[in-house]
Design a protein around this ligand. Sequence first.
Ligand SMILES: Cc1cc2nc3c(=O)[nH]c(=O)nc-3n(C[C@H](O)[C@H](O)[C@H](O)COP(=O)(O)OP(=O)(O)OC[C@H]3O[C@@H](n4cnc5c(N)ncnc54)[C@H](O)[C@@H]3O)c2cc1C
Length: 512
Amino acid sequence: MSTPAPRRPDVLVVGAGGSGAVLAARLSEDPGCEVLLAEAGPVPRALSDFPGGLLDARLVPGAQPGNAAVRTFPALLAPGLPYAAARGRFLGGSTTVNGGYFVRARREDFDRWSVHGDLWSYDRVLPLMRALETDLDFGATALHGGGGPVPVRRTDLSHPAAAAFHAAARSLGHPDDPDKNAQAAPGAGPVPSNTVDGRRINTGVAYLLGEAARRPNLTVLGDCAVRSVEIRRGRATGAVLDHGGRRTVLDAGEIVLCAGSLSSPHLLHLSGVGPADDLARHGIPVVHDLPAVGAALSDHPQVTVEWAPRRPLPPPSGNWLGGALHLPSTGGAAAGDLEILQSLVPIMGLVGGEAAAPGAPLPLLVSALAPRASGTLRTVSADPDVPPRITYGYLETGADRRGMREAVRAAAAVVTADAFGEVSGGLTDPPPGPLDDDGLLDAWILARLGTSQHTCGTVPMGAAVDGHGRVHGLTGLRVADTSVLPDAPLRGPAATAVLIGEVIAGAVRAGG
Ligand SMILES: Cc1cc2nc3c(=O)[nH]c(=O)nc-3n(C[C@H](O)[C@H](O)[C@H](O)COP(=O)(O)OP(=O)(O)OC[C@H]3O[C@@H](n4cnc5c(N)ncnc54)[C@H](O)[C@@H]3O)c2cc1C
């Protein structure tokens, strides 16, 4: 991994995050392919150069307001409900600042997505899901990988709160779910996590700091922000980038946008690719009318249910996560579209960057994972520094609200089960009233509404790109990040972001 002045690469990869770091590493395995990876945030050259808090798996840097590795985007979760959406802006992208939960999408997700191309069928992606990981619990099996870049370890359920959570879920009849990457019936179990010895292994560390760092055909530029893509006569020819205090135009054989689900559609818009009327209204010269770019946005609404420990509990040893319960909502996906994720760190600790906050209530993060694209991303200025206008469109339908109510009641049932009494002094939020009344519970949920930060679907396969990430109507331009998933998976998307890098790298290398 060298840092000379940029020369014309065969492939310019924009963004070194969940998908881009993977894509650049895989493409550069071919010594005949010159790859330039441009990352807007800092790019450390060694593990020791990462600020400590970015690797500490007891923390979630993206939850800390003002963290320097995070860019925030103003957004609306629902009408009148503002929110600051977070994205990693550092080598590894959002995988550097996320929760380190690394769970595969479900077979149902691939069944939906594979209508856009066989590359996405479960049988086609399984070998890649094995190739991208080293499963430290199960080793190499027909389902799991034994030699891939991302280490996967399941969370330790021996912490008293994690053990009690698991026992309580079991006592309520939820099945055991010991391997959430095995596509079994949903239930309660440990969380697969890209964490080893208390360190969260982001995609930059996993894919770029090892052997890839010595490849002469891979250049990784940090603090290098792409402003727009140059497109001439229907072909992407290069990109405008800011690097080292200079603005330059870099020609490239092919450009792959991996800037994430909020920045890739924004970059397309700024390059004149998107809904023509909207772009023209904001003074952006239209290059290619593609209304689907930014027309939809899919994510998972989240609220926090809290309980008070009845006695001092130890801080987590290596991971902020305890266990997780997945269950289907009424009429929802059999794979489980409701999620209750146990945090062993209080909210004030997650927000403040401290793993311990003795005496504070402990949270369960409660999300509805039904795949639905309810939001939008619109560009409102030709100035790249003006953020896009983002709406999530949460809780618009009766089914959305019912799903969240069911998830909150399921979480409250776990907390109030006898088996949880071993560690718990009781539920502190929500109070009893809202749990018994749909209207009150809807109001409680709305007042505490947040998001899992799992945005997908802003440049979807089908309407905007094909199954190989190629932007419809243009040549030499692809998108390869969570933007291309038509909807958010039934689990968190980090493992799927890595998979996207693997799938699209395969497509590029195969010449298709
Ligand atoms: C706080 C938080 C917690 C999360 N927790 C989890 C979790 O525990 N489990 C889970 O499954 N998912 C989680 N996610 C989601 C998951 O991390 C993301 O879905 C995944 O990282 C997305 O990968 P990506 O490649 O699409 O984008 P990103 O990982 O966001 O990468 C995009 C990269 O592009 C760079 N970039 C952007 N614009 C430009 C530009 N113009 N020029 C150059 N570079 C640019 C960015 O700096 C970034 O490095 C979380 C997300 C957040 C924000």
